[in-house]
Design a protein around this ligand. Structure first.
Ligand code: WQD
Length: 331
C-alpha cells in the first residue's frame, strides 16, 4: 500500500516525504514542478536512502490520475499540490480557483473511483481571516481576504461534505502557520521562484547580498515592537505533523481540523535579529508602509494538535534560522 503525495517535490511536500520514509511508508509523488524543481527528487533519495514512484503532471489530468491509481495501490493521499501566492491570487483568481479547487475535485474523484478514503489536506492559517482574535482555535469562523485563502476555505468545506456523504472517509485538515527552516542536511529547503513574497526567503536574499535591504511592512501595529507577529514553525516539525495526521486518519473516520504551529508569536524584527545571530550576516532593513491585507498578529492555539495527534513542535526560532542559513547560505 502506498501514500500518494501531490506536490511532493515542493518545500513542505519534500520534507514530508523524507519524514514519511523515516516512518517506513511507501511513497508515490505527483508534481508538475510549477513551484519546485526536478533536482529535489534526487535530494530526497539521497537523504532518505529510499526510492519512490514519480509522476510528472498536473493534478487536473484525469488520465494521469487514473494511471497513478491503477498502477499503485494508494491507501491515502497527502494533498499539497496547489498555487499559494496571496498577491498572485488577487491578480489571477480564475487560475487559482481552477487549479486549487478543480484540481482537488479531480484528485477526490480518482480516489472515489479506486476506493481510497483518506486525505490529509494542506490548509492554512489564512482561513482565520481578519475577524478572529489570537490565539486561533480550530472552532473559529473561517473566511478569507483573497482568492488563495478562499480556495483553502472552500476545499475544507468540500472535504467536510465528502465525509458527510461517505461515513468511511477520513479527512484531516492541517492549518499551517508560517513554515520556515530546512532539513538539517542542508540538501532541501525553500527555493521560491522569482521575488519572494514571504518574509524568510526575502531575508535570506538580503543576507546573501541579492537585495540591499528588507522592507519591513509597517512598524505601527499594536504588537511587541510594532511589526507583524507570526507563528513561525520549522518545516520538519510541520512534516512530522503529517505523519501523525496519517496515523490518525488510519484509526479514525470523519473530518478533523488541526492547527500546526508552535503557539508562539515572533515579530518581523525579532526574526531579523534571530537570523542575523544564526547566520552571522547583517540584514539591513527600512520601514515601509503596511502591506494591504496583513493582520497584526497570527499565532495558533496548539492544544488540539497535542490532544488529537499527540504532536507538538520541537524546534524554536534559533533552530529554524540556523537550518535556514545552512540551506540558503550554505553556511
Ligand atoms: C510575514 C510577516 C509581513 C515580507 C502568508 C500567507 C499564508 C502562508 C504564509 C501559504 C508579515 C512581514 C513580509 C516582507 C515584511 N502561505 N513581511 N516584509 O503573510 O503571514 O502568510 O505566507 O499558505 O497563507 O498568507 O507570511 O512571510 O508574507 O509575512 O515585513 O518582505 O512579515 O507584513 O507581518 P504571511 P509572510
Amino acid at each position: 500500500m502506498s501514500v500518494l503525495v501531490t506536490g511532493g517535490a515542493g518545500f513542505i511536500g519534500s520534507h514530508t516525504v523524507v519524514q514519511l520514509f523515516e516512518h517506513g511508508e511507501e511513497i508515490v509523488i505527483l508534481d508538475n514542478f510549477s513551484n519546485s524543481s526536478p533536482d529535489v527528487l534526487d535530494k530526497i533519495r539521497q537523504i532518505s536512502g529510499r526510492d519512490f514512484r514519480f509522476y510528472e503532471g498536473d493534478m487536473r489530468d484525469r488520465e494521469l490520475l487514473e494511471r497513478i491509481f491503477t498502477e499503485n495501490e494508494i491507501e491515502a493521499v497527502i494533498h499539497f499540490a496547489g498555487l499559494k501566492a496571496v498577491g498572485e491570487s488577487v491578480e489571477k483568481p480564475l487560475e487559482y480557483y481552477d487549479n486549487n479547487i478543480n484540481g482537488t475535485l479531480c484528485v477526490l474523484e480518482a480516489m472515489k473511483a479506486h476506493g481510497c478514503k483518506r486525505m490529509i489536506f494542506s490548509s492554512s492559517a489564512t482561513v482565520y481571516g481578519n475577524d478572529n482574535k489570537v490565539p486561533f482555535t480550530e472552532d473559529m469562523k473561517t473566511s478569507a481576504t483573497n482568492p488563495y485563502g478562499w480556495t483553502k476555505v472552500f476545499i475544507e468545506h468540500i472535504l467536510e461534505g465528502v465525509c458527510t456523504s461517505d461515513r468511511e472517509f477520513s479527512a484531516v485538515l492541517l492549518r499551517y502557520f508560517n513554515p520556515i527552516g530546512a532539513h538539517k542536511s542542508g540538501l532541501i529547503g525553500e527555493k521560491p521562484n522569482g521575488i519572494p513574497n514571504n518574509l524568510m526567503p526575502y531575508i535570506v536574499k538580503v543576507a546573501n547580498g541579492e537585495y540591499d535591504h528588507l522592507n519591513v511592512f509597517g512598524d505601527d501595529y499594536d504588537t511587541v515592537d510594532g511589526t507583524g507577529v507570526r507563528d513561525y514553525i520549522h518545516v520538519v516539525d510541520l512534516a512530522d505533523g503529517h505523519t501523525a495526521a496519517l496515523e490518525y486518519a488510519r484509526k479514525n473516520k470523519g473530518v478533523q481540523t488541526v492547527n500546526l504551529g508552535t503557539g508562539r508569536g515572533t515579530s518581523v524584527l525579532e526574526l531579523v535579529k534571530a537570523f542575523e545571530k544564526a547566520s552571522g550576516k547583517k540584514v539591513p532593513y527600512v520601514i515601509a508602509p503596511r502591506r494591504p491585507g496583513d493582520i497584526a498578529e497570527c499565532y495558533a492555539d496548539v492544544s488540539k494538535a497535542k490532544e488529537v495527534l499527540g504532536w507538538q513542535a520541537k524546534y524554536d526560532i534559533d533552530d529554524m534560522c540556523a537550518d535556514n542559513a545552512r540551506w540558503a547560505l550554505k553556511l
